[in-house]
Design a protein around this ligand. Structure first.
Ligand code: MRU
Length: 371
């Protein structure tokens, strides 16, 4: 697995024996060409890092936000003597930071879940807040590991099953069972082995060979820049395709299953994930390829009965017209750039969670597995 931490608290001496240090965020906008870190000592830097996708992926956004509250708390505690007054000032700073960080991105529910968890601590010292942020991160690592283990009985037979499709990666590449994924729902987007990638890393660990077909994922290329990077670094055979090639890849029988992540899942299993996921699910249904969503319980929003209530982030048109500094459309052209879409639950074969596999995907099964 990738040997890079997406989010880490860097210890430092605090005044008067309190918590010191700062938040280090791997700048994912620089990958795969450069490994650079953002050193965040102010909550505004954390907000920016989330907004501009330096840290992205639903669980990772939640983890960064948890630490973002600690960044604000450390600043508020500076110069105050330990005691009730300092704790009240810290609680106020955390509440303000939580309100502010909540405005960074609207779709991934993990952000709001983590902020609420930090806010609920109330008047405590920075050491307690740091312990909570660390717990959020450690628990997400464990949830991702459990997703892999619960998914295994479902994924293994599809990868091992004889006959049918093999994912020849291109001229001269050996045929292997193919798995298609979209965007990045890996270690970079989450913690530990990631969500959609957890069963894939497990397959690799257990000697089951496969080929990952990785959608490029327009407009910001999380598949090409991040998933291709992290899976190939782990030694997984990867074939990168443009998003509009997925139908042909399925038609040619090269993939046995699709696994994607999630940003917010409603109570009936309708799932918001990176733009293009919905189209992929339709293609998978047409070609009778099983379509799985992998997500921790922290990505569910059971307050929403279905996907219609999920807020969809819209991003600036320049990410379409000149995403990487090179203009590819006429100046002044109109654009529309939803960052996510919602896949209706009927198109999802199963949701792979740390508590078990939700299948069939409907409100009854969601409630049963998540209870
Ligand atoms: O805009 P992004 O890069 O934050 O979108 C990320 C995704 O859509 C992921 O698939 C999702 O957050 C799951 S991450 C385990």
């Amino acid at each position: 697995m990738l040997d890079l931490m997406n989010v880490a608290w860097i210890e430092g001496a605090g005044p008067g024996g309190g918590v010191g240090g700062h938040l280090r965020i791997l700048d994912q906008t620089r990958l795969p060409n450069r490994v650079e870190y953002l050193e965040c000592t102010e909550v505004e830097q954390v907000w920016q890092a989330i907004k501009r996708l330096s840290v992205r992926g639903a669980p990772a956004i939640g983890i960064a936000a948890g630490y973002g509250c600690v960044v604000a708390a450390v600043a508020a505690e500076r110069g105050l003597a330990p005691g009730a007054e300092a704790e009240a000032a810290v609680a106020q700073a955390v509440a303000r930071a939580a309100d502010y960080l909540a405005t960074s991105r609207p779709t991934a529910v993990n952000l709001f879940w983590a902020l609420e968890r930090m806010r609920k601590l109330g008047p405590v010292g920075t050491a307690r807040l740091l312990a909570e942020a660390r717990a959020i991160q450690a628990e997400e690592v464990e949830r991702c590991r459990q997703i892999g283990l619960h998914a295994w009985p479902v994924v293994e037979p599809l990868l091992r099953g004889g006959g049918g499709a093999t994912g020849a990666g291109g001229p001269g590449l050996p045929g292997l069972p193919g798995v298609l994924t979209h965007c990045n729902a890996g270690a970079l987007a989450a913690a530990g082995p990631g969500t959609a990638t957890a069963p894939l890393y497990l397959a690799q660990e257990r000697g089951v060979r496969f080929r990952a077909f990785v959608d490029e994922t327009r407009p910001l290329l999380q598949g090409a820049r991040l998933t291709a990077f992290e899976l190939s670094a782990a030694g997984v055979p990867v074939t990168l395709i443009c998003d509009n090639m997925a139908a042909q890849v399925m038609h040619a029988g090269r993939v046995r299953l699709v696994i994607v992540g999630a940003d917010r899942i409603a109570a009936n299993g309708d799932t918001a994930n990176k733009i293009g996921t919905y189209g992929l699910a339709i293609l998978a249904r047409y070609h009778q390829v099983p379509f799985f969503v992998a997500a921790p319980s922290t990505s569910f929003d059971l307050t929403l009965p279905d996907g219609r209530g999920i807020p969809i982030e819209e991003r600036g048109g320049e990410e379409i017209t000149e995403g990487f500094g090179w203009r590819t459309a006429p100046v002044g052209i109109g654009t529309y750039s939803p960052a996510f879409d919602v896949t209706p639950h009927e198109l999802i074969t199963g949701i792979l969670t740390e508590r078990g596999v939700i299948a069939p995907v409907d409100a009854v099964q969601v409630a049963k597995v998540l209870r």
